[in-house]
Design a protein around this ligand. Structure first.
Ligand code: NAP
Length: 284
């Protein structure tokens, strides 16, 4: 039976390439997207490339806790279980913005939103474990996490906004969350994070054209990143592997903050408080 996969931001760049790859491998692909016109266009594109593919489109804005809860309600109305969650969506606004709850947007939507989404979808993933023996969570982190620092004073905004510092904090958060989950998830559910490589995607669309033109020389295709993400999501050889950090492009430096159990725990507990959700108990 085909695996059901939710991919956030599946209408663009790495997410869209991954959705194609998942459909090609026979998965039921659920695109959880903010821009519904782009999501429908993505669905049409995938169906043209993979006739007969199972592709569903859902509304999801990770910058709003209410919108995340609405997504989970509509997805749960259509599905009894979920095999794979890919936390892919992310943005790098060059000017400071806020989420619906008043968090700096990258902390709010790149980091906190996926933490809430993951917790709310866990009951459906536990059902997949009872049917199929496993479920998987995959997080798009970044090599940029190495530049990140978790600074609670910036969670609701930065006096002097630096997009790269905000991005690096959110990506460090993604990796620390995956590591914190690894010691907490119910049996059968795994979590893996990755750096997809420097990928030629619309994420660089706000950069000055000259900067982008130079960068582009060093970027890889979204399809290369998609193959690793699809492997982590579906391939038998990744079954049961949890708490790793993979990459498409080496080297693979990992910051000491991401490795620190104490810092992971502190961020996880703070995040659950900010989200108003009960933390999962850590296994000994
Ligand atoms: N490209 C790289 O070199 C690179 C390197 C390391 C890590 N990454 C990570 O890879 C992931 C995918 O990035 P990409 O390069 O494919 O960029 P992209 O083409 O810009 O795609 C980003 C996706 O995230 C969605 N998104 C942004 N904010 C959202 C929100 N509030 N709610 C729901 N969806 C939202 C976007 O939706 P809209 O279409 O509505 O904007 C879009 O579908 C990101 O997490 C990024 O940090 C990328």
């Amino acid at each position: 039976m085909s695996k059901t996969v939710v991919i956030t931001g599946g209408n663009s760049g790495i997410g869209l390439a991954t959705a194609h790859e998942l459909a090609r491998r026979g998965a039921r692909v659920c695109l959880a997207c903010r821009d519904q016109a782009k999501a429908q266009a993505a669905r049409t594109e995938i169906l043209a490339a993979v006739p007969g593919a199972q592709v569903e489109v859902y509304q999801l804005d990770l910058a709003s806790f209410d919108a995340i809860r609405r997504f989970v309600a509509s997805f749960s109305a259509a599905h009894d279980s979920l095999d794979v969650l890919i936390n892919n969506a992310g943005a790098v606004p060059l000017k400071q913005q806020k989420s619906a709850e008043g968090f700096e947007l990258q902390f709010g939507a790149n980091y906190l939103g996926p933490v809430l989404l993951t917790h709310l979808l866990l009951p459906l993933m536990e059902k997949a474990v009872t049917v199929d023996g496993e479920a998987r969570i995959v997080h798009l982190a970044s090599i940029a996490h190495n530049l990140g620092r978790i600074d609670p004073a910036t969670f609701r905004g930065r006096a002097r906004y630096n997009p790269l510092a905000a991005y690096a904090q959110s990506k460090l958060g993604n990796l620390m969350f995956s590591n914190a989950l690894a010691s907490r998830l119910p049996a059968g559910i795994t979590t893996q994070a990755l750096h997809p490589g420097g990928v030629d995607s619309p994420i660089y669309r706000e950069l000055p054209r000259a900067v982008y033109a130079v960068m582009r020389l060093f970027l890889i295709s979204p399809q290369r990143a998609a193959r690793l993400i699809a492997d982590l999501s579906l391939a038998p050889h990744w079954k049961g592997k949890s708490g790793g950090y993979e990459t498409v492009q080496w080297p693979k430096p990992v910051s000491r903050h991401a490795r620190s159990r104490q810092e992971q725990e502190a961020l996880y507990d703070t995040s659950c408080k900010l989200l108003g959700i009960p933390p999962l108990a850590a296994r000994r």
